[in-house]
Design a protein around this ligand. Sequence first.
Ligand code: NAP
Length: 330
Amino acid sequence: MKAVVFEKFGGPDVLKYVDLPVPRPGPGQVLVKTASVGVCKADWRVRTGRCQWLTCPFPVTIGYEMAGTVAALGPGVTGLSVGQPVHVLHMACYGTYAEYMAVTVDDVFPLPAGVDFDAAAAAFNYFVAWGLLHQIVQVRAGQSLYIGGAAGGVGTAVIQLAQQAGAEVIASASTDTKCEYLRQLGVSRVFNHKLEEDVSAVRRLSGGRGVDYVYDQVAGPRFCRQFDMLTTYGQIILYNYLGGYPEDREIIHILQSRCEGCYGLRYFSIHVHDDDPAGFRKVKEQVFALMASGAVKPPIHDVLPLSAAARAHELLEAGSIMGKLVLHPD
Ligand SMILES: NC(=O)c1ccc[n+]([C@@H]2O[C@H](COP(=O)([O-])OP(=O)(O)OC[C@H]3O[C@@H](n4cnc5c(N)ncnc54)[C@H](OP(=O)(O)O)[C@@H]3O)[C@@H](O)[C@H]2O)c1
């Protein structure tokens, strides 16, 4: 079979399209034939050596997520049948950029009718978005949120689930093309964060009130300015720190100096489910039910062949993906 592997951490060029034997499913494993692979910024973390959950030795087949059909069941596996459409999210953070994958049954979820493979290959973003909106906080109708750099995979998932919940969304992106894309997703309060300072833009677009939640994947030295986007009891919810760390002392000082706002700060990781498989299955059920009903339709940026995985990672690094990029076996 064909697969995309890397033997050292580095840029997109470390990804090699190679031949590997089709794996045999061991006890408790399922062999899945790939139909669509999801490309996620998390793959970039793995490829560059920033992922603490990757313990697999080199060479590593890259990829967290894919959708396909059950090709064979390993000893002891029940409840699935050959030919059944399934979603795979491998929490050990490798293995899905391949024509076949043998994976533990806990990482396999049966797809309900009405969910196509490309939509399913985007589901990881919606699991993250579900956690951000409904697990660590409970976003309700009438509440408001701001998400920056929102045209990517997780950003568009947060927007769609927030719209489902009846929340008011303010979103930004770095180009006018991406801003127009956000408007097409139904977000009317949009600004270009390269052209307009974000704190004043969020305050302007929230009518001076501030928002209940700021969703932030950047953090960085100027992280604390975002407390000024919040309304009373508002919370910043981090899900990455692409811009690096702020200074700890500054956070405490700034929270204390704004104590009339009583702001909160949370960090969400999908690995909160590592010790909670039953809870994670409930999240997956709810996300796939929304997809099956047509209430949520993941926007697919493009479909590339599996052999173009390095090109897909160049697009990921350029920040030019709007919605979800998926790969199909050649
Ligand atoms: N916590 C978790 O469990 C979890 C799980 C999965 C993913 N994530 C994180 O979620 C984020 C989104 O993932 P994705 O797959 O949706 O990525 P994506 O499709 O590449 O979108 C990310 C967006 O972030 C902005 N961006 C990219 N690089 C940036 C940088 N260095 N500094 C500031 N902004 C940058 C870009 O928007 P603009 O150009 O418009 O600014 C881009 O559209 C990533 O940071 C990923 O690591 C977290």
